[in-house]
Design a protein around this ligand. Structure first.
Ligand code: SF4
Length: 389
C-alpha cells in the first residue's frame, strides 16, 4: 500500500465515504472541502439541529468484492489507504477544536479482516470519548461480521450506529455482494434489538442502507423488509441509494436506476414512519414497484374516494395526515389553528404551510368543496382555489 500524507488520506477517505448515505441524517446537502483537505457535510442531527460532520472511512482497502462498489477487492486504479486510530482521532479533535465540525461519521471498507477493522473503528471512537472527552455526535458503522462484544462496545460509544443491509433478501444480496450474508446481517439486527430490550441502545438509534435496483428486487419487497425493521426492531430510519454503475465493476454495464424510484421509496418510507401508514396500504404497480408518476400518498388517496373529501375543521390528526399536501407539522398547526377560528379558505391553509395544490381535491372547508374543480388534478400543478358551497 502506497504511503500518503495526512492531507491526502483525508481527501481519499473522505471522498470514498460519499457512497455511504447513512451519515447524511436525512438530508441531501452539498459537500464542501475544508481548508485541511478533509470532507465536511452539513447534516441534520437527530435533535433537529444542523451541524457539520466529518464523514470519512477508516480505510478504503477492501477484501470483499461487492459488484457495485468502487472500493472492492482488486479494483482497477484508485488509491488505497487507511488511518490508524490515533491519527484519525487527533485529526477529528483538531477540526472540532477549531469549530469546523461538531460530529463524526465513521465507516470503513473491510480492510485485511473485519475484526481488525471493527477494532480500529472502535479504538478511534474510544480515544475520542475517553481521552479527548468528546461528548458530541458519532455515527459508527457496524460491520456485519462483528461479534456481540464489538457491538456492545459500539452501543456504549456511539450516538448512532448503522448496519448496511444493501438488499431486501438473501438472493438479491448474493447477486450484488457474494461475500455478504443476509442471515448474518439480520442476526445483527436481532442482537441490536436484544440489547435495546436490555436497555442498551444508542441515543439516536440505528439505521440501514439499501442499494436500489442493483439486482431485480421490487419496491414491494424493499418495503416489506424495511417495514419489518421499523415495526419489530424499532429501526430509526432507512436510506435508499439508486444503483448507479461504477466503471470497472462487474455491474458496470447495468442500467442506472432512476433517482425517481429512490425518491418514491423515500416518500413511501415517510408514510410508514411518520404518517401512520401500514405497509399493506402502499399502492404498487403490476411489477410490485411504486409508480413513479404519482407520489404514494396521492395515489393512496385517489384509491379511497370513500374517505374524501375530509372536513379540515373536524378531521382527527391521523386523518388530516391522510390528506395529500398535509404533513405532521401542518396537521399539528391545523389542530391548533382551528381551536381559535373556523378555517374557511385555502389561503388560511397556505399560511399554515399546506400544499394546497395537492390538498384541495381532498378536503372540505367548513362544509364547502373547492371552486373551479376543472383546475383540480391529482397529478397537476399547484393552483389557487377558493372554498365554495
Ligand atoms: S464491503 Fe463491499 S461495499 Fe463495503 S467497501 Fe468492501 S466491496 Fe465496497
Amino acid at each position: 500500500m502506497k504511503t500518503f500524507g495526512l492531507d491526502e488520506k483525508v481527501k481519499i477517505l473522505g471522498e470514498a465515504a460519499q457512497y455511504d448515505l447513512c451519515g447524511a441524517c436525512g438530508v441531501t446537502v452539498p459537500r464542501k472541502r475544508n481548508p485541511q483537505g478533509g470532507w465536511i457535510y452539513p447534516a441534520v442531527l437527530p435533535d433537529g439541529r444542523t451541524a457539520n460532520l466529518l464523514k470519512v472511512l477508516l480505510s478504503n482497502h477492501c477484501i470483499h468484492n461487492c459488484y457495485y462498489c468502487a472500493h472492492r477487492e482488486g479494483k482497477a486504479g484508485g488509491s488505497s489507504t487507511r488511518f490508524v486510530p490515533e491519527e484519525l482521532a487527533r485529526l477529528f479533535i483538531s477540526l472540532y477544536q477549531k469549530g469546523m465540525v461538531r460530529g463524526l461519521f465513521l465507516s470503513s471498507a473491510v480492510d485485511r479482516n473485519p475484526f481488525r477493522t471493527m477494532e480500529d473503528m472502535l479504538k478511534t471512537t474510544e480515544i475520542l470519548r475517553r481521552r479527548y472527552r468528546f461528548p458530541g455526535y458519532i455515527h459508527l458503522k457496524i460491520l456485519p461480521e462483528s461479534t456481540p462484544d464489538y457491538i456492545e462496545t459500539a452501543l456504549h460509544l456511539a450516538t448512532r450506529v448503522s448496519i448496511n443491509l444493501e438488499a431486501p433478501g438473501p438472493g438479491y444480496l448474493k447477486a450484488i455482494a457474494p461475500q455478504k450474508n443476509f442471515e448474518n446481517i439480520w442476526r445483527k439486527f436481532i442482537l441490536l434489538r436484544d440489547y435495546s430490550r436490555r436497555g442498551l441502545a444508542p441515543r439516536a438509534g440505528f439505521t440501514t442502507q439499501l442499494v436500489v435496483g442493483g439486482s431485480d428486487e421490487s419496491d414491494r419487497e424493499i418495503m416489506q423488509t424495511i417495514s419489518l425493521l421499523y415495526q419489530d426492531f424499532s429501526m430509526t430510519r432507512a436510506y435508499y441509494s439508486a444503483f448507479h454503475p461504477v466503471p470497472g465493476t462487474p455491474l458496470s454495464e447495468r442500467e442506472p436506476v432512476s433517482t425517481w424510484r429512490e425518491h418514491r421509496l423515500y416518500q413511501a418510507d415517510f408514510l410508514l414512519r411518520r404518517y401512520g401508514f401500514q405497509r399493506e396500504e402502499l399502492v404498487f404497480d403490476g411489477k410490485g414497484n411504486l409508480p413513479v408518476e404519482t407520489d404514494p400518498k396521492t395515489l393512496w388517496a385517489s384509491k379511497h374516494p370513500e374517505l374524501f373529501p375530509l372536513e379540515v375543521n373536524t378531521a382527527s390528526y391521523s386523518l388530516l395526515l391522510r390528506i395529500p399536501g398535509i404533513g405532521p407539522v401542518c396537521a399539528k398547526r391545523i389542530t391548533r389553528a382551528r381551536k381559535e377560528t373556523l378555517l374557511t379558505t385555502l389561503e388560511s391553509l397556505q399560511k399554515i404551510g399546506v400544499r394546497t395544490g395537492h390538498a384541495a381535491p381532498f378536503l372540505l372547508l367548513a362544509g364547502k368543496r373547492i371552486q373551479k374543480p376543472e383546475q383540480l388534478s391529482l397529478f397537476g400543478k399547484r393552483a389557487e382555489f377558493a372554498a365554495t358551497g
